[in-house]
Write a protein that binds this ligand. Structure first.
Ligand code: SF4
Ligand code: SF4
Length: 95
């Protein structure tokens, strides 16, 4: 089961997931083979992986990027994401 909250914040409010640069991707599927969380999907005959389930991605994990030879996977900046999480927590606490 994917987590539904992270640090007390609803997971779907946290924009942490991989982005694939299709200009660099060589369609090797290593990232999908590596990740156990079903974040990626292939659709039909298209060789490109789609980030189909972004909220399945574990917040602050970057592990699949290390499997990517052409360095085609990127993530948001961790400090900015952490700041956003703290801001959302403060908003939620003030409600
Ligand atoms: S960062 Fe981690 S959880 Fe997210 S897609 Fe990559 S391997 Fe899966
Ligand atoms: S590991 Fe990198 S090159 Fe291979 S399919 Fe994933 S994003 Fe593309």
């Amino acid at each position: 089961m994917p987590e539904t909250t992270f640090m007390g914040v609803p997971r779907d409010r946290i924009p942490w997931f991989p982005t694939i640069n299709y200009d660099a991707c060589d369609f090797c599927m290593e990232c999908d083979t590596f990740c156990p969380h079903r974040v990626f999907e292939r659709r039909g005959d298209d060789p490109r992986l789609v980030v189909a389930n972004p909220t399945n991605c574990v917040v602050f994990c970057r592990a699949c990027a290390k499997t990517c030879g052409p360095d085609a996977i990127s993530f948001p900046e961790k400090p900015a994401t952490l700041a956003l999480i703290k801001r959302i927590r403060q908003e939620e606490a003030a409600k």
